[in-house]
Design a protein around this ligand. Structure first.
Ligand code: ATP
Ligand code: MG
Length: 287
């Protein structure tokens, strides 16, 4: 029987490509990524990788030309194709915002009533305008949206912002954030049983990578008299590991901690008597 191979569409080159390739490699999927190739096959996972423009990925996944795709939520919602969003991936975070020339007064979305707005995201903008009950004229343009007010085309723009530097250099100010985006994994709605099984295998790895990146492995030396106190502070997957040191009266305590609690926890265990604290990254974590 022929082996089932899934097709994953990713961005060929742009703001998503590097992180997407890094994520696949962190999942242990090995392949040659050469910028001149349009597709490549993984050596050690039944996956073919297609390198495409991000705009085309939702359509290809809907049609089943690709089984899976990785791209920004902004592009997924804008294209509004019939695909399933399986997982948000936490990178390429950005927002879609309304910006107006510095001199323009803006107090609420109502300030946009009857105005012209340039954007490359007409669907998302239309939905937002509807939700705030404002009528405005949408001008769809493909790129360089931020110059539209300067050249007199529109009164405002709706565009992707990450730091706001581009707006500033075009004499614009950000006045309303209308949408938040990050990269996500989309999947074709009619996957075969075999392809769904491959997706499950991949999802296990994706989850392990995501959980690992939010956690740290911590080791510390603790006088035996303080072990109870220190262990009460540590979560661990089941419970902390305790190994006696050669020096009598001391132990090495190991645990896994969440990155968010990191500094507070370090201060607390130190105050409780821990010394020589080491914090290490975790590559994978399977619960
Ligand atoms: P393509 O040639 O594939 O069509 P593109 O020019 O449409 O690429 P990029 O500029 O590479 O797109 O951005 C791809 C995606 O990365 C965007 O749709 C958005 O989700 C995200 N993104 C865009 N700008 C930023 C940013 N400044 N910071 C982080 N993520 C961003
Ligand atoms: Mg694009």
């Amino acid at each position: 029987m022929e082996e089932t191979i899934v097709k994953l569409a990713i961005q060929k080159s742009g703001r998503l490509s590097e992180k997407t390739i890094e994520l696949l490699k962190d999942c242990g999927i090995k392949f040659v990524s050469n910028s001149s190739r349009l597709k490549t096959q993984a050596f050690n996972f039944p996956m073919e990788i297609l390198f495409l423009r991000d705009d085309d990925i939702p359509g290809y996944v809907e049609d089943g030309v690709a089984d899976f795709g990785i791209l920004g939520m902004n592009e997924i919602d804008e294209k509004a194709k019939d695909v399933t969003v399986v997982k948000k991936l936490g990178f390429s975070k950005c927002r879609l915002s309304i910006a107006v020339p510095n001199a323009t007064e803006y107090s609420s979305p109502k300030s946009l009533e009857g105005k012209k707005i340039a954007t490359s995201y007409p669907t998302i903008l239309k939905n937002w305008l509807k939700s705030v009950n404002v009528n405005a004229e949408i001008h769809e343009i493909g790129g360089s949206v931020e110059i539209a007010p300067t050249i007199g085309l529109t009164d405002a723009i709706c565009d992707i912002v990450s730091t706001g530097g581009t707006l500033l250099s075009n004499g614009l100010k950000e006045v309303d954030q209308i949408y938040k985006s990050e990269a996500a994994l989309i999947v074709n709605k009619n996957l075969s049983k075999e392809k769904s099984a491959i997706l499950e295998r991949w999802l296990l790895r994706l989850e392990a990578v995501q959980v690992a990146s939010n956690n740290k492995y911590i080791l510390m030396n603790v006088p035996n008299s303080a072990i109870e106190k220190v262990c009460a502070l540590l979560p661990g997957i089941k419970s902390p590991t305790i190994i006696p040191l050669k020096d009598e009266g001391w132990s090495s305590v190991h645990s896994v901690i969440n990155e968010d609690d990191f500094w507070t926890l370090i201060e607390q265990v130190k105050a409780a008597g821990a010394e020589g604290i080491l914090v290490c990254p975790i590559e994978q974590m399977i619960k």
